[in-house]
Design a protein around this ligand. Sequence first.
Ligand code: GRF
Length: 213
Amino acid sequence: MKQLMEAGHLKLAVLASGRGSNFDAICQGIDDKVLDAEISVLVSDNPNAPALKKAASRGIETLHIDPREFSGRNAYESVLVDELKARNIDLVVLAGYMRLVGKVFLSAFENRVLNIHPALLPSFQGLHAQKQALDYGVRISGCTVHIVDEGMDTGPIILQKEVPVYDTDDEEALSKRILREEHQIYRQALQLIAEGRVWIEGRRVFIKNSPGD
Ligand code: GRF
Protein backbone atom coordinates (compact mmCIF):
# COMPACT_ATOMS: atom_id res chain seq x y z
CA MET A 1 0.00 0.00 0.00
CA LYS A 2 1.32 3.43 -0.95
CA GLN A 3 0.66 6.77 0.72
CA LEU A 4 -0.65 9.22 -1.86
CA MET A 5 1.24 12.11 -0.25
CA GLU A 6 2.96 12.76 3.03
CA ALA A 7 1.11 15.10 5.36
CA GLY A 8 1.70 18.78 4.71
CA HIS A 9 0.50 21.99 3.17
CA LEU A 10 -0.53 21.40 -0.46
CA LYS A 11 0.50 23.49 -3.41
CA LEU A 12 -2.32 23.08 -5.90
CA ALA A 13 -2.86 23.88 -9.54
CA VAL A 14 -6.48 23.96 -10.67
CA LEU A 15 -7.34 23.23 -14.31
CA ALA A 16 -10.74 24.49 -15.40
CA SER A 17 -12.43 25.01 -18.76
CA GLY A 18 -15.60 26.73 -17.60
CA ARG A 19 -17.61 28.15 -14.75
CA GLY A 20 -15.25 27.46 -11.86
CA SER A 21 -17.66 26.89 -8.99
CA ASN A 22 -15.58 23.97 -7.69
CA PHE A 23 -12.52 26.19 -7.91
CA ASP A 24 -14.38 28.79 -5.85
CA ALA A 25 -15.43 26.21 -3.26
CA ILE A 26 -11.82 25.07 -2.86
CA CYS A 27 -10.70 28.71 -2.43
CA GLN A 28 -13.41 29.12 0.19
CA GLY A 29 -12.17 26.03 2.02
CA ILE A 30 -8.69 27.53 2.11
CA ASP A 31 -10.02 30.92 3.30
CA ASP A 32 -12.07 29.19 6.00
CA LYS A 33 -8.97 27.26 7.07
CA VAL A 34 -10.63 23.87 6.64
CA LEU A 35 -8.19 23.06 3.84
CA ASP A 36 -4.44 23.30 4.39
CA ALA A 37 -3.51 24.31 0.86
CA GLU A 38 -2.83 27.14 -1.52
CA ILE A 39 -3.73 27.46 -5.17
CA SER A 40 -0.61 28.58 -6.99
CA VAL A 41 -2.16 28.84 -10.43
CA LEU A 42 -5.44 28.44 -12.30
CA VAL A 43 -4.87 27.06 -15.78
CA SER A 44 -7.47 27.06 -18.51
CA ASP A 45 -7.57 25.78 -22.07
CA ASN A 46 -10.45 28.18 -22.74
CA PRO A 47 -9.68 31.92 -22.89
CA ASN A 48 -13.31 32.73 -22.05
CA ALA A 49 -13.60 30.49 -19.00
CA PRO A 50 -15.29 32.39 -16.15
CA ALA A 51 -12.90 30.48 -13.86
CA LEU A 52 -10.04 32.65 -15.17
CA LYS A 53 -11.82 35.82 -14.04
CA LYS A 54 -12.72 34.27 -10.70
CA ALA A 55 -9.06 33.40 -10.09
CA ALA A 56 -7.83 36.82 -11.16
CA SER A 57 -10.28 38.53 -8.81
CA ARG A 58 -8.90 36.44 -5.97
CA GLY A 59 -5.36 37.46 -6.89
CA ILE A 60 -4.43 33.96 -8.02
CA GLU A 61 -2.11 33.63 -11.00
CA THR A 62 -3.90 32.60 -14.19
CA LEU A 63 -2.54 30.90 -17.26
CA HIS A 64 -4.29 30.30 -20.56
CA ILE A 65 -2.64 27.60 -22.64
CA ASP A 66 -4.32 27.02 -25.98
CA PRO A 67 -4.07 23.35 -27.02
CA ARG A 68 -4.70 24.35 -30.65
CA GLU A 69 -1.33 26.06 -30.75
CA PHE A 70 0.43 22.71 -30.40
CA SER A 71 1.03 19.86 -32.84
CA GLY A 72 -0.75 17.39 -30.57
CA ARG A 73 -1.67 16.42 -27.04
CA ASN A 74 1.87 15.40 -26.05
CA ALA A 75 3.34 18.75 -27.07
CA TYR A 76 0.56 20.63 -25.28
CA GLU A 77 0.91 18.55 -22.13
CA SER A 78 4.72 18.93 -22.05
CA VAL A 79 4.34 22.69 -21.84
CA LEU A 80 1.60 22.35 -19.24
CA VAL A 81 3.78 20.03 -17.15
CA ASP A 82 6.75 22.43 -17.43
CA GLU A 83 4.60 25.30 -16.18
CA LEU A 84 3.33 23.24 -13.24
CA LYS A 85 6.76 21.88 -12.33
CA ALA A 86 8.18 25.41 -12.45
CA ARG A 87 5.69 26.27 -9.69
CA ASN A 88 6.46 23.19 -7.58
CA ILE A 89 2.90 21.95 -7.74
CA ASP A 90 2.13 18.95 -5.49
CA LEU A 91 -1.29 18.10 -6.80
CA VAL A 92 -3.31 18.95 -9.89
CA VAL A 93 -7.03 19.50 -9.41
CA LEU A 94 -9.28 19.15 -12.45
CA ALA A 95 -12.43 21.18 -11.94
CA GLY A 96 -14.57 21.12 -15.04
CA TYR A 97 -11.53 20.58 -17.27
CA MET A 98 -13.03 19.34 -20.51
CA ARG A 99 -10.11 17.30 -21.84
CA LEU A 100 -8.82 13.79 -21.43
CA VAL A 101 -5.45 13.74 -19.71
CA GLY A 102 -2.72 11.79 -21.49
CA LYS A 103 0.50 9.91 -20.75
CA VAL A 104 2.82 12.91 -20.64
CA PHE A 105 0.76 14.61 -17.94
CA LEU A 106 0.00 11.48 -15.94
CA SER A 107 3.57 10.22 -15.85
CA ALA A 108 4.75 13.64 -14.59
CA PHE A 109 2.08 13.63 -11.83
CA GLU A 110 1.51 9.97 -11.08
CA ASN A 111 -1.50 9.59 -8.74
CA ARG A 112 -1.43 13.35 -8.32
CA VAL A 113 -4.18 14.43 -10.68
CA LEU A 114 -7.67 14.52 -9.19
CA ASN A 115 -11.06 15.00 -10.81
CA ILE A 116 -14.63 15.44 -9.69
CA HIS A 117 -17.49 13.83 -11.56
CA PRO A 118 -21.22 14.56 -11.06
CA ALA A 119 -22.35 10.93 -10.70
CA LEU A 120 -21.61 7.89 -8.59
CA LEU A 121 -18.90 6.27 -10.70
CA PRO A 122 -18.64 3.90 -12.44
CA SER A 123 -22.18 4.85 -13.42
CA PHE A 124 -22.69 7.61 -15.95
CA GLN A 125 -19.16 8.37 -17.08
CA GLY A 126 -18.50 11.14 -19.57
CA LEU A 127 -20.57 14.17 -20.44
CA HIS A 128 -24.05 15.05 -19.13
CA ALA A 129 -23.82 12.61 -16.23
CA GLN A 130 -26.82 14.16 -14.48
CA LYS A 131 -29.00 13.78 -17.57
CA GLN A 132 -27.76 10.21 -18.01
CA ALA A 133 -28.84 9.49 -14.42
CA LEU A 134 -32.29 11.00 -14.97
CA ASP A 135 -32.78 9.20 -18.28
CA TYR A 136 -31.78 5.92 -16.70
CA GLY A 137 -34.21 6.50 -13.86
CA VAL A 138 -31.93 5.98 -10.87
CA ARG A 139 -33.31 6.99 -7.47
CA ILE A 140 -29.90 7.94 -6.15
CA SER A 141 -27.08 9.66 -7.93
CA GLY A 142 -24.26 11.76 -6.51
CA CYS A 143 -20.68 12.78 -7.10
CA THR A 144 -17.24 11.21 -7.03
CA VAL A 145 -13.73 12.50 -6.40
CA HIS A 146 -11.23 10.23 -8.09
CA ILE A 147 -7.63 9.96 -9.16
CA VAL A 148 -7.26 10.49 -12.88
CA ASP A 149 -5.98 7.77 -15.15
CA GLU A 150 -5.98 7.58 -18.93
CA GLY A 151 -9.62 6.56 -19.20
CA MET A 152 -12.64 8.82 -19.02
CA ASP A 153 -13.73 8.96 -15.36
CA THR A 154 -12.22 5.55 -14.63
CA GLY A 155 -9.50 6.16 -12.01
CA PRO A 156 -9.40 5.03 -8.35
CA ILE A 157 -12.17 6.53 -6.22
CA ILE A 158 -11.30 8.66 -3.18
CA LEU A 159 -14.70 9.93 -1.97
CA GLN A 160 -18.31 9.67 -3.06
CA LYS A 161 -21.48 11.34 -1.85
CA GLU A 162 -24.97 10.17 -2.69
CA VAL A 163 -27.71 12.60 -3.72
CA PRO A 164 -31.40 11.63 -4.04
CA VAL A 165 -33.24 12.02 -7.33
CA TYR A 166 -36.77 13.43 -6.97
CA ASP A 167 -39.73 12.87 -9.29
CA THR A 168 -39.87 16.59 -9.93
CA ASP A 169 -36.20 16.83 -10.97
CA ASP A 170 -35.06 18.04 -14.33
CA GLU A 171 -31.41 18.12 -15.33
CA GLU A 172 -30.92 21.57 -13.85
CA ALA A 173 -32.46 20.78 -10.47
CA LEU A 174 -30.52 17.55 -10.08
CA SER A 175 -27.26 19.19 -11.23
CA LYS A 176 -27.71 21.94 -8.66
CA ARG A 177 -28.30 19.47 -5.81
CA ILE A 178 -25.27 17.42 -6.86
CA LEU A 179 -23.08 20.51 -7.24
CA ARG A 180 -23.67 21.50 -3.61
CA GLU A 181 -22.19 18.16 -2.57
CA GLU A 182 -19.34 18.41 -5.09
CA HIS A 183 -18.25 21.60 -3.39
CA GLN A 184 -18.07 19.77 -0.07
CA ILE A 185 -16.40 16.51 -1.04
CA TYR A 186 -13.73 18.01 -3.28
CA ARG A 187 -12.21 20.03 -0.50
CA GLN A 188 -12.72 17.20 2.00
CA ALA A 189 -10.77 14.85 -0.28
CA LEU A 190 -8.00 17.42 -0.64
CA GLN A 191 -7.81 17.92 3.12
CA LEU A 192 -7.57 14.14 3.68
CA ILE A 193 -4.60 14.14 1.31
CA ALA A 194 -3.07 17.15 3.10
CA GLU A 195 -3.37 15.17 6.35
CA GLY A 196 -1.45 12.27 4.80
CA ARG A 197 -4.42 9.96 5.34
CA VAL A 198 -4.99 8.74 1.79
CA TRP A 199 -3.34 5.46 0.74
CA ILE A 200 -3.70 3.44 -2.42
CA GLU A 201 -3.32 -0.19 -3.39
CA GLY A 202 -4.29 -1.13 -6.93
CA ARG A 203 -7.65 0.48 -7.58
CA ARG A 204 -8.55 0.73 -3.92
CA VAL A 205 -8.09 3.87 -1.89
CA PHE A 206 -7.95 3.68 1.89
CA ILE A 207 -8.60 6.59 4.24
CA LYS A 208 -6.68 6.15 7.47
CA ASN A 209 -7.73 7.67 10.76
CA SER A 210 -4.30 9.15 11.22
CA PRO A 211 -1.18 9.08 9.01
CA GLY A 212 0.49 6.51 11.27
CA ASP A 213 -2.38 3.95 11.27
C1 GRF B 1 -18.94 19.92 -12.34
O1 GRF B 1 -20.25 19.43 -12.38
C2 GRF B 1 -17.96 18.79 -12.27
O2 GRF B 1 -18.45 17.66 -11.60
C3 GRF B 1 -17.73 18.45 -13.72
O3 GRF B 1 -17.75 19.70 -14.38
C4 GRF B 1 -18.53 20.62 -13.63
C5 GRF B 1 -17.66 21.80 -13.37
O4 GRF B 1 -18.36 22.83 -12.73
N1 GRF B 1 -16.51 17.72 -13.90
P1 GRF B 1 -17.58 24.10 -12.19
O5 GRF B 1 -16.82 24.68 -13.39
O6 GRF B 1 -16.65 23.66 -11.10
O7 GRF B 1 -18.63 25.03 -11.71
